[in-house]
Design a protein around this ligand. Sequence first.
Ligand code: URA
Length: 418
Amino acid sequence: MRHCIERKRDGHALSATDWDGIIDGFMEGRIDEAQTAALFMACVWRGMTFEEAHALTDAMVRSGETVTFDRSKGIIVDKHSSGGVADIVSLVAVPLAAACGARVAKLSGRALGHTGGTIDKLEAVPGFNAALSLDTFLRQVESIGCAIAAQTQALVPADKRIYNLRDRTGTVPAMGLIAASIVSKKIACGAHAIVYDVKTGPASFTPAPDQARELARWLVEISKGFGRKAIAFVSDMHQPLGRTVGTGIEMVEARDILRSRQGAEPERSRGVQLILKIVAALLDASEIADGEERAAQALADGTGYAKLVEMVEAQGASRGALEGMELDDKPLTVKASHAGYVHSIDVVHLGNVGRRLSQHDKLGGLFVNAQIGDFVEAGQPLARVYGRDKEHVRNLEASFKIGADPVEPPPLIYDVVN
Ligand code: URA
């Protein structure tokens, strides 16, 4: 191991055999955390080649169980977000794509940092069971076309231990390490095609658009190296994507997007616009044509919502439980102190506040009324605060910078890499 650390420190690439030995040795306790962290720090400074990231991904996949879908029975697709605030895409896109004929198998992680996890949001539906055995997961995808379940400990156990070590040693931000961490979990989940959504902005792992483009390229290249179809969107995270920030409250928003047929409105929210693009990519990967039109139709005619209900029921919750999720009817309103254009939003702060509110209250969180570029009058609501803790967040107005000059909102999609 010492030799590998020194070679990496001096800027050389390690071989696939080296990476295999490192992961095996780390998992079996023959290589200690100090050495592994030193190697990762060298990766942060010296970078990694695609070949190294591929080899590391492969070694990580082989640290645990893998899922296999029979390709002759049809294409299985998966969707992954690199994580952001108010990211409701999976909650809506998975049932919507399944309603359009795709078969979507999503094993998901829990929250990381200020970004919420899809599983935590789904578990806010009383009775929802995310802890499916791999067998039940496979059967559900076969029978109703979609399932979202929590990653089991058996899947890429190396990632959990390695991520924990990286988090403690300042070695998260290395492109090859991030890509190997993300792709290993996707490869182990067995889908034939993967749609990535790489976020860029302050509330993401890749704040600069060029960093996000680079990560998108790594994810696509490494996935293709495993024989998977892959496409990556680079999308905006300078402001919350959806309207709500929290955990259960985001599930309520996702339900309402599917239920209240917002897709039929001519003015689609940014969240809905991105969802339609991602569903179209999932359908395209499934060899289903006219994806965006089909997705908009399934949103408008209620079949997307029917599929969400079917998925929730298949996983132990009832339609009544989903529809009974109601927000507190006395939210605190955060108002603009003066008129002007919203220049920026402190999305990280909103993410942290939303999570804190939802820790104390299942449906606690924020509803964000204003977006970057909007004109607001003095006294107009910027956000509504839900949950028991709301008195602690009166200073939220400072998260919205309001100026006299008009500003353009940031693009929703910066790039598509395939
Ligand atoms: N998400 C992951 O799963 N792993 C990383 O390293 C970064 C983001």
